[in-house]
Design a protein around this ligand. Sequence first.
Ligand code: SF4
Length: 363
Amino acid sequence: MAIKHLEEYRDPQISRKLVEHLKVVSQNPIRLMEVCGTHTTSIFRSGIRGLLPPTIALLSGPGCPVCVTAQNEIDTFITLSRIDDVIVTTFGDLMRVPGTNSSLQQERAYGSDIRVVYSTFDALEIAKKNPLKKIIFLGVGFETTAPTIAASIRTAVEMKLDNYFVFCAHKLLPPALAFLMEAKTTNIDGFILPGHVSVIIGLKAYLPFFEQYQVPCVVAGFEPVDILQAIFMLAEQIENNNPDIANGYQRAVTYDGNIKAQKVMDDVFEAIDASWRGIGKISKSGLKIRKEFASFDAEEMFDVRISETEDPKGCACGEILTGQKIPTDCLLYKMACTPETPVGPCMVSSEGTCATYYRYHAT
Ligand code: SF4
């Protein structure tokens, strides 16, 4: 179906047609995972789940940046914020994520200097204006945000700033897909791949994964028609037993991706094994600042990483992030855990599955 203009991606008539086609194509039960938190939110907001034939189940995956940040990383951020001459800068979603005994929001109330910024340039400005302070930017997220944070380190070099540091807790998406296939804890028949990560890494970044596992994959945009189209493409591949890796978001995603962004990321970061919340260590799924830029690496310069912590008791974030459970399976959901009193990060982030269920789910 050729779609030319943005408004057509929200057109109810096109959506209806796609749903009708889906009902014809989808004959056998299938389980599709939307990896990205933005997709989860779009799916709930637009009511897509209610339109699908009963053969299609959608699972939410590990694609919310705050949700996959490990508990020990949150505790480390809190410890960093308690150092006297430090100003911690962060994107807003991290503020309310509970650590073992506190949160950044609580630490700010106790007097730590923690500032919410909208970009790394704000953090660089704070560093420039406060030469006697040490400014630490908390780098969380996927390939979408990693290039701008890498670029901020390069800018700090150009600006000759010696008081700007990044704590790098970035995660990489393709290794997480491989982990899900290897773990076999959830049967996944196809993946709706994230649009914005794919803008950076391009379709080619998924090829090794696809070649190894031969599981249907479609990159999707975030409008209702984008998502329905991706589901239709996946259902067709599965029904025809013709797995493929397809680009359903051609207006934004190319085969090669954003080469400049990839280059700055590669210049500044290297891949390392990383721990994901509730999941554990995944090989080569995280980023570390390269030795050449070690003087900007908060982990090297402050030596405060907390290695072992336990996830909150009773919180099922790990199982939810891997599609083994849904929020209503968690005994704390809507009881001890609400957006006002979050127990786990999946209830904090605007893209967290638990928060999305809470906002849009009827029960
Ligand atoms: Fe964790 Fe709360 Fe979600 Fe349960 S409802 S899994 S406690 S975030």
